[in-house]
Design a protein around this ligand. Sequence first.
Ligand SMILES: [Zn+2]
Length: 180
Amino acid sequence: MFQTNKPRHAVAVAGETKKSGIEHFRLVAQSRFSPGDKIWMLAGEVVDVPDRYSVQVGRNDHLRPQPALPPGADDIYLWRYLTPSCNPNTQVIGRTLVALAAIAPGDELTFDYNCTEYEMATPFQCRCGWCAGATIRGFKHLGVAERERRRGSAAPYLWQLLADEDDALENAERHEFVSV
Ligand SMILES: [Zn+2]
């Protein structure tokens, strides 16, 4: 395991090379955080179309980190190494990474894409160890119970987008009824 940035940061990136030769990076805390503590501001470019690396931060806003930069220059974009989890220890509120649970130095930082993304650009199979290998496709695709479990942590715009879609569906049905 190696670490590429300096201890003055709240987080560090830790990397290990798998047997396959593929390097795997993850973020680890450098200090102690309590639930509700702000850990970090996420930096990036706001775009209106999600991609593989973006995180949704508003109804139509997706924050994208810079593509790979030389070592040392990319500290502010390290959030792209956050580990996906269905039982995370952080959440993204606006553009701030906030602790959801008590975090100790050395703990891996995890977050739940289903709490920020309405519809994932690139769904993936979760290997967080908490779920049974769920396919992460975004909040829109969650069942009712899975949404309710995220009542306190899913971004407010996700509930709005869902309500808008329900309204549109109702209107379509009403229209169908009237035209019969
Ligand atoms: Zn999972």
